[in-house]
Design a protein around this ligand. Structure first.
Ligand code: SF4
Ligand code: SF4
Length: 364
């Protein structure tokens, strides 16, 4: 397992976590087997916006004894009073639900308490005016909630909430479909979405990724908006390469799903490489480095993706990015302008030109 440290909370979070949307559909034995197998293999982060109430019971049974090993993101506004998922901004219902969730989970604290699924300004206003946000903040003061999070699919709304300065973790839907304007939650332009990811990295807000496969659409050539299937590993790598991202949360049903996901760490670089996207993404992808490192190896040993990421982050106001850049073994000034990366880049980035720009900017 690989871990990333949350810049604000210091939590060391597994880069693959658990999405639980389907878990309630499977019998208890299979669900517990899957959860315990994930834990044994170092998975330590789980989202609990699930389709059905049973998931909470499963988590309680699987993890009560190892609760301190796990990080839970629990949603203030997910409502399971019918047994199935529902959405609410009613503070009384939210209170009852949180009490019930804590009992089911056999815990007395929540690592990340989320403002749940807010996509419009009207919903955000309602969430505050009804007092649901106050309740969440109060739970934070009492220590029941350790950190505040937000789940949303909309960059514009995300920015509005981030401006308030209360959110430390954000669950956002990231996949190549949505980022390039395809699919149900393809909200905002490619640029706007990338700016949001950079903002999160710059401000130390972690991102946990929902819908990394666009609900499975990207995995099948018949439903993929690109007319070609991508693999799970390509989608996971794609999300992990985005600034701010700490963990990707694919939905699991059983142990086999977990085993498949963990195969990501054994997969050769070529299997994670999503450079193929460059052949079917629209013009707006062109010329923008997505840090994929498809252009490697550089004969001078430059980590092209990382150099570009630190540059973009520094431009976005990340004060740490320059230090990180300077600590790299090779810098843009080491580029000998061979043009190898220009010819290899599927996104048609004129990288050798960019290296000159980056070197002038950082002075090295
Ligand atoms: S230059 Fe192209 S291939 Fe290289 S990291 Fe950037 S987007 Fe990927
Ligand atoms: S142009 Fe520069 S960065 Fe690109 S491969 Fe050649 S030496 Fe490396």
């Amino acid at each position: 397992m690989e871990y990333r440290v949350h810049k604000k909370t210091g939590d060391s979070i597994s880069v693959i976590g658990l999405g639980t949307s389907y878990l309630s559909e499977v019998p208890e034995k299979e669900a517990l087997e899957a959860l315990l197998f994930a834990h044994e293999n170092g998975v330590n982060y789980a989202d609990l916006a699930t389709a059905g109430a049973k998931t909470f019971e499963y988590y309680g049974k699987a993890f009560a004894d190892v609760r301190k090993d796990m990080y839970y993101q629990v949603h203030f506004g997910a409502n399971y009073e019918t047994g199935e998922y529902g959405w609410t901004t009613d503070p009384e219902k939210v209170k009852k639900q949180i009490d019930w969730m804590l009992r089911q989970l056999k815990t007395d604290y929540i690592d990340y308490g989320f403002i749940h699924c807010i996509d419009t300004e009207a919903d955000w206003r309602e969430y505050r005016e009804k007092g649901t946000l106050d309740y969440l903040m109060e739970m934070g003061k009492q220590g029941v909630v350790r950190h505040i999070g937000l789940s949303t699919h909309t960059p514009e709304l995300a920015n509005i909430v981030l401006d308030e300065g209360i959110v430390e973790q954000m669950m956002f839907s990231i996949n190549p479909g949505y980022d390039y304007r395809h699919g149900e939650y393809a909200n905002g332009s490619t640029d706007e979405r990338m700016r949001l990811y950079r903002r999160c990295e710059a401000e130390g807000t972690g991102i946990s990724v929902m819908k990394p496969f666009s609900g499975g659409q990207l995995l099948d050539g018949k439903t993929s908006p690109f007319g070609k299937a991508l693999t799970r590993y390509q989608c996971i790598q794609y999300a992990l390469d985005k600034p701010g991202v700490l963990t990707v949360l694919p939905g699991i049903r059983d142990k086999e799903d977990v085993r498949q996901l963990l195969g990501f760490f054994e997969a050769p670089r070529e299997e994670r490489d999503y450079g193929i996207l460059g052949t079917f993404t629209p013009g707006e992808a062109e010329g923008n480095c997505v840090y994929c490192n498809h252009c490697q190896p550089c004969p001078m040993g430059l980590n092209v993706g990382l150099i570009n990421k630190y540059y973009d982050l520094s431009m976005a106001g990340d004060t740490m990015a320059e230090q990180h850049y300077k600590k790299l073994e090779k810098h843009a000034s080491d580029c000998m302008d061979c043009g190898h990366c220009d010819s290899r880049c599927p996104f048609r980035v004129k990288q050798s030109e960019r290296m000159r720009q980056i070197s002038a900017y950082f002075g090295i």
